[in-house]
Design a protein around this ligand. Structure first.
Ligand code: ZN
Length: 287
């Protein structure tokens, strides 16, 4: 694995930016953004990477910067690039926290995710890669790291059906999880309309946020400006899929024609766009 870079973006708030690529045997699934926040008593980790080896690199990066224990491992949702590093923290005594829908969603994908990881990462996987949360968030939860609080919010169906965001109250840093993709094309795994609702709700609190850590892509400070390209993309899909359904077009035609103008604006567009249109079509044809 290339050197594991960690940047301090605010006092006690550290971020590792994953590669803007698909998981493979060279990057070990190091493709999502990971973070940790150091309080007076202990450390919270926010997402752990796409394999146990990425999780171990993250753990070493934490141990270089503090001798305080990791007390919480927070997963922003159940996608493999955010959770397969959990195994590296299983013996820390940390509490694992995720949204209420996480366990069921991951259990349903368990075989698919482990088999795909074997294939793409080229390593043997096992059930130890699936660390389920001990604490789940239904709506909100506040976590105390010792003089430092994290506010966790669980969302209705959006990117997935178990999205969770985290705000470090001291530094006003928002970890969006995959409710926000920068540069890499967003992937719709639950609801395009729900995701647009979540974006609107996040945007209402933009003035309270000083630092933004997206699920993929560079960190920034202007939440609304960071949300804009993704909003444009998701609205193009929603609106054009709705029109296609109204006009009686089938899925194949719709997939080939909707939001093609977005193609040059996103990384990995061809890997995800057709699936996004399919997901939106399935969702919207019943409305
Ligand atoms: Zn995701």
């Amino acid at each position: 694995m290339p050197a594991f870079a960690v940047e301090q973006i605010a006092d006690g708030v550290f971020v590792h930016q994953g590669l803007q690529a698909e998981a493979d045997d060279r990057n070990h699934g190091d493709i999502g953004n990971l973070g940790f926040v150091i309080g007076d008593d202990c450390v919270a980790v926010i997402d752990t990477g796409g394999s146990p080896s990425v999780g171990r690199a993250l753990r070493r990066a934490i141990e270089v910067r503090t001798s305080l224990p990791v007390c919480y491992v927070i997963n922003t949702h159940m996608h493999p690039d955010h959770i397969f590093g959990n195994a590296a923290f299983a013996d820390t005594g940390a509490r694992f926290v995720a949204a209420a829908g996480f366990t069921q969603a991951l259990a349903a994908r368990r075989t698919t995710y482990l088999e795909r990881a074997e294939r793409t990462l080229g390593v043997a996987t096992n059930d130890g890669w699936l660390v389920m949360p001990g604490d789940t968030v239904v709506e909100r939860m506040r976590i105390d790291l010792g003089g430092r609080y994290l506010a966790l919010t669980a969302w209705a169906d959006a990117h997935t059906d178990n999205d969770l965001t985290v705000v470090d109250e001291s530094s006003r840093t928002l970890f969006t999880g995959d409710l926000l993709f920068i540069d890499r094309v967003p992937a719709i795994d639950a609801s395009v309309t729900g995701w647009l609702d979540a974006i609107e709700s996040l945007a209402q609190h933009a003035a309270d946020i000083a630092h933004v850590v997206p699920g993929h892509g560079p960190v920034g400070e202007q939440l609304n400006a960071m949300l804009a390209p993704q909003t444009r993309y998701l609205k193009a899909i929603r609106d054009q899929v709705r029109s296609a359904i109204d006009e009686g077009y089938g899925l194949a035609y719709t997939t080939a024609h909707v939001a093609r103008a977005e193609r040059d604006r996103w990384l990995l567009f061809d890997d995800y766009h057709a699936r996004n249109v399919t997901a939106a079509y399935t969702e919207l044809e019943w409305q």
